[in-house]
Design a protein around this ligand. Structure first.
Ligand code: TXA
Ligand code: MG
Length: 388
């Protein structure tokens, strides 16, 4: 078991809390559920990233989530629900009975889209934004008339939801704007001095957050955040073409506040390579290396290919140009498999960011569609849209 004192978190506020990482056995799940019912926050694993959970109907607990994350309250939370015990109850009736969704405001086309989406993807990495009932506090939704809902697939998240018996609001368990956690130790490093308990569910299987999809009352589907379920999969399941968030009238500063341009930020500057490293000629590589300030050492995140070979080419380019630049290269997927790349993305970013001998990060964008789109979205935000 790790204690918060071993983590590197430093905070402007003295929280006087030391988190425990615990294995999610029945006793610890019950303890987590008790803490949550008492208005505390607890970190839980999901199949996408770790979440910082609080009972959605408890405003004091929600306020704690925002404080712990240092998250502005204009960025609304996702509400997580248990899978209904009675499989014959439709998801929409269930969400209505939980006092979450105002189904009356959805036209038949919208209801049918939700039925198809939940049938195809729940429990799983798809978040649906739907009209909310008044019982959902404005703090959870940043005053929007909608609530974001997802049924996570991770067995520990489901076990916790069942043990609490109430829906749980859970943003990613990182400090605002930082890299999302995909292991219990990452949560410890981010929030270990601010929360009491971290349920350890092992490394997250998907590694990238859920897709956020707005279901408009008349049935239009708008992709607000690419994620674990791809646009093609959604279009295949619904027979509908997705619309983007653009042109969405919201009355709020942003249609989906989490779509801010800079997010997922490492501490060190991250620059996007203009093309895959393997496509750089030796001359181009040398030009890239020569353009670096002398005291810079680079952590390189490849989307695919062989890390050792890339490192050797970069070191050769440095040597030939008389530079002492060091390179540390990680390949997200030697075979270029986007599923594998997504799973390792945040962990790899985090580990390069943590190295004392790395001062700058370079990242390659992922080729292709589907999950590559979600990975590139995160990398662009991590760079604050800086290119090399
Ligand atoms: O995979 C995930 O979704 C993870 C795990 C823990 O479930 N959670 C997560 O939460 O990524 P968070 O808070 O980091 O991101 C929530 C996203 C934000 O982009 C937010 O703006 C959007 O969902 N969102 C939430 N409620 C919304 C609403 N009512 N309308 C539009 N966007 C909403
Ligand atoms: Mg987040």
């Amino acid at each position: 078991m790790l204690s918060a004192r071993e983590s590197k978190t430093s905070s402007p506020v003295a929280w006087n809390v030391a988190a425990e990482i615990v294995s999610p056995n029945p006793a610890e799940l019950e303890r987590a559920a008790r803490l949550l019912r008492a208005g505390e926050v607890v970190a839980m694993p999901t199949e996408t990233v770790y979440g910082l959970a609080a009972v959605v109907f408890n405003e004091t607990a929600l306020a704690r989530v925002f404080a712990v994350k240092e998250r502005p309250t204009f960025d609304p939370l996702i509400c997580h629900v248990a899978v209904p015990e009675d499989a014959s109850v439709g998801w929409l009736s269930y969400l209505a009975a939980q006092q979450l969704v105002d189904v009356e405001r959805l036209a038949d086309d919208a209801r049918q889209a939700v039925e198809r989406l939940t049938f195809a993807f729940w429990p799983g990495p798809l978040t649906l934004v739907l009209p909310k009932q008044p019982a959902v506090p404005d703090l959870a939704t940043s005053g929007l008339p909608t609530v974001a809902i997802r049924a996570p697939r991770h067995p520990v998240a489901q076990a916790l939801l069942r043990a609490v018996g109430l829906p749980l609001a859970a943003p990613s368990a990182n400090r605002f704007g930082r890299i999302s956690p995909t292991a219990a130790e990452h949560v410890m490093a981010e929030l270990g001095d601010r929360i009491p308990l971290i349920l350890d569910g092992g490394p997250c299987q998907i590694g990238i957050e859920s897709t956020v999809l707005l279901v408009e009352p008349e049935g239009t589907l708008r992709l607000l955040r690419p994620g674990g379920v791809t646009q093609d999969e959604i279009e295949g399941a619904t027979g509908q073409t997705l619309t983007t968030a653009e042109g969405l009238a919201g009355g709020t500063p942003l249609p989906s506040p989490g779509l801010m341009a800079s997010h997922y930020a490492p501490r060190k500057p991250l620059e996007l390579l203009p093309k895959p490293l393997g496509e750089f000629s030796d001359e181009e590589l040398k030009a890239l290396v020569v353009a670096l300030p002398a005291d810079v050492h680079v952590g390189v995140l490849l989307a695919q290919g062989d890390a050792m070979a890339a490192q050797a080419r970069l070191l050769a380019a440095a040597e030939e140009t008389g530079r002492a630049t060091q390179f540390h290269v990680i390949s997200l997927s030697p075979n270029g498999d986007a599923t594998e790349a997504a799973r390792g993305l945040f962990q790899s970013l985090r580990s390069l960011d943590a190295r004392d001998d790395v001062t700058l990060l370079w990242a390659e964008l992922c080729a292709g569609e589907g999950l590559a789109h979600a990975i590139n979205d995160r990398l662009r935000k991590a760079s604050g849209s800086r290119g090399t």
